[in-house]
Design a protein around this ligand. Structure first.
Ligand code: ADP
Ligand code: MG
Length: 422
């Protein structure tokens, strides 16, 4: 098996027996964990049928949509998808946002259709023949899940992060990425996820794992132009080191121990407010940085509060730089060019690392970029990766959309049933 022991991890015998099997997490266990409400999806399921903009952008119904149909899932369908033993190491999900006001005013069409089984997506690209008549070219894709513009953030959480939360109590490092062009909903998608996850983690700690020495820590930093900045410490510059056991260590990174959701919410708000915004407008600058929020579960071996706790598992949320920024390599401004090159490098390295991970490759090419170096320990051992690719529906973004879907497709291409061992 690909499991590798890290110096920081506890051995299976140090964990309390009987609650969760250490090596094979499956959702059947959910019914055995006495956590009222946590996985009670029938009770908690919130399925937004309307388009739920929570900002100033109004919703639209008058836009032409091509053959759009969608089945209403039964309350348990998302959980039931995860059959015991089938929790994949890598999951690639696509989320389409609604058309925004500007796009509607420009009379742009929605060129993305999504099949009712959630996994198929078609891009309808308008092309010109040599005689300048238009024709449609269809590009079809299949992913682990495809979420349309009616899907709420709660449902995104259920589809992506919720199923892996219990695994991080079992020595798993899980990472959730949001990928896509600026303005496609990466931040909108990512922001609520850590809060929902920590809510579930704390519930597990306070119920199933009550009094067993588990502790939850939060850190939040960003990578901008290949450098690290602490978002919970006034953007203090940080540096990264590898210790003798080849564990990555970010020197000086503030880690906050948290025991309630309100504190986590505050920390997340502080971090978001601290992200690089520059003078040209928030989206402009933050689109050139990767924001990394990590939830780390530690445990003091004998359950005591005084001895240093060891890392058990980690859940990282990464709001990646805008994928279009990787193309800024011909910009006139030198700084922009350097940043563009670094972003390009990191997104390529990320793809290669995820592919290598899925392939159970011994060599993980994480040295390709700062981003993948920082995530190094998440690419070895028990690891889970969720990639959420965010796309816009409008015809004007067709080329970017196809690029994003092709990237996601490359990440996914090895992950379908090629690992019978797993
Ligand atoms: P990004 O982080 O990829 O640059 P944002 O998350 O900032 O994009 O989203 C751009 C705008 O679109 C924001 O105003 C956001 O609220 C809105 N938006 C994005 N995705 C959705 C969605 N699924 N539903 C409603 N509004 C969305
Ligand atoms: Mg953003």
């Amino acid at each position: 098996s690909s499991q590798r022991r890290n110096g920081d991890d506890v051995s299976p015998s140090e964990l309390s027996p009987g609650i969760l099997d250490l090596h094979s997490f499956d959702t059947e266990l959910l019914s055995e964990i006495p956590v009222p409400g946590l996985y009670d999806s029938a009770a908690n399921f919130e399925f937004a049928r309307g388009r739920s903009f929570d900002d100033s952008e109004p919703s639209f119904n008058g836009t032409k949509q091509m053959g759009k149909t969608r089945a209403v899932p039964d309350n348990n369908s998302l959980l039931n998808k995860e059959k015991p033993g089938s929790v994949a190491k890598i999951k690639v999900v696509v989320r389409k946002r609604p058309l925004n006001k500007k796009e509607v005013l420009r009379k742009e069409e929605d060129i993305i259709t999504i099949e009712p089984n959630y996994s198929h997506l078609t891009v309808h690209e308008t092309k010109l023949k040599v005689d300048l008549t238009e024709y449609l070219e269809k590009h079809e894709f299949v992913f682990d899940a495809v979420l349309d513009e009616d899907v709420s953030n709660d449902e995104v959480y259920r589809e992506t992060v919720e199923p892996i939360v219990p695994a991080i109590f079992q020595r798993t490092k899980a990472t959730c990425f949001a990928y896509g062009q600026t303005g496609n909903g990466k931040t909108y998608t990512m922001q609520p996820l850590p809060l929902k996850a920590s809510n579930d983690i704390l519930r597990l700690m306070h119920h199933a794992y009550w009094n067993q020495g588990y502790q939850l820590f939060v850190s939040f930093f960003e990578i901008y132009g290949g450098k690290l900045y602490d978002l919970l410490s006034d953007r203090r510059k940080l540096c990264m080191r590898e210790d003798g056991k080849q564990q990555v260590c970010i020197v000086g990174l503030q880690e906050f121990r948290v025991s309630n959701v309100d504190t986590i919410r505050e920390l997340i708000e502080i971090g978001n407010a601290t992200r690089s915004t520059g003078t040209t407008g928030a989206n402009e600058e933050s689109s050139r940085s990767h924001a990394i929020l990590q939830l780390v579960i530690k445990r003091s071996v004998d359950g005591s509060e005084t001895k240093p706790a060891r890392v058990i598992g980690k859940l990282s949320f990464i709001d990646l730089a805008g994928s279009e920024r990787g193309a800024d390599t011909t910009d006139n401004d030198k700084q922009t060019r350097i940043e563009g090159a670094e972003i390009n490098k990191s997104l390529l390295a990320l793809k290669e690392c995820i592919r290598a991970l899925d392939n159970d490759q011994v060599h993980i090419p994480f040295r390709g970029s700062k981003l993948t170096e920082v995530l190094r320990d998440s690419f070895i051992g028990n690891s889970r990766t969720v990639m959420i690719s965010c796309i816009s529906p409008n015809s004007g973004s067709c080329e970017h959309t196809l690029n994003t879907l092709r990237y996601a497709d490359r990440v996914k291409s090895l992950s379908k049933g090629n690992n019978p061992k797993k």
